[in-house]
Design a protein around this ligand. Structure first.
Ligand SMILES: [Zn+2]
Length: 222
């Protein structure tokens, strides 16, 4: 099944400051307007903001962002978390009805992420669907393993009428990184795996790439 390209809707989920890198970055999640029901890729950071105050977060509600696009949080049928750092799964609890699709390798090391408050992940009734590799989640939406940022990181490929659209999570942060700029120290746990994952994403010949931490969308030139 191929979706129209505009079925992928970026959600503005605030911005954070990475002191180690002296870098301010936007935070995005993505609504997927699928004919079988709405889906979501990544949920931004949560509240209270005090829990992550070193990152200087601003208020950002995924529920409000969804409503701007005429989607109620209770309408969301499924959620994919690219990985379990605090800025990608922080508002999972807004979707108690939805299964959260995460790689098992990622889920099993979630407690190592000191900056991800356990309550944002392990809330009452949370239902994680643990994946061991690639899987089509709903027709036309598939997760692809892209280790490097974390060992259990996954990206999402959406079949669109324009070709494959990728949501790279933190496998690749920006347009410039996709085009070859080296990641800064601390952006990737494992640089060789990052490079292999990036090659894998390039081989998919994407028609568009949407980033969690870049306001720009990459498209092939020419
Ligand atoms: Zn991130």
């Amino acid at each position: 099944m191929a979706l129209p390209p505009h079925a992928i809707v970026p959600l503005n989920l605030g911005h954070i400051w990475l002191a180690d890198m002296s870098l301010g970055i936007p935070v995005h999640g993505f609504l997927i307007k699928h004919p079988g029901g709405a889906g979501l890729v990544d949920t931004g950071y949560g509240t209270p903001l005090e829990l992550i105050k070193d990152y200087r977060p601003v208020n950002a509600s995924v529920a409000e962002e969804l409503r701007k696009h005429d989607v109620d949080p209770s309408d969301v049928r499924w959620v994919i978390n690219s990985h379990l750092h605090f800025d990608h799964c922080g508002q999972n609890a807004v979707f108690p009805q939805a299964p959260f699709y995460v790689q098992r390798a990622e889920y099993e090391r979630r407690h190592r992420y000191a900056d991800t408050p356990a309550q944002w992940l392990d809330f009452a009734g949370a239902h994680y669907e643990l994946l061991d590799g690639e899987r089509e989640i709903v027709p036309g939406v598939r997760v692809i393993t892209t280790p490097g940022h974390t060992p259990g990181h996954q990206s999402v490929a959406v079949d669109t009428t324009a070709g494959p659209a990728l949501l790279t999570g933190d496998a690749c942060w920006t347009v410039k990184m996709f085009e070859g700029e080296a990641p800064l120290e601390g952006m990737m746990e494992d640089i060789p795996s990052f490079g292999q994952s990036l090659d894998k994403l390039r081989r998919l010949r994407p028609a568009a790439i949407h980033f969690c931490h870049d306001n720009r969308t990459w498209r092939p030139s020419g």
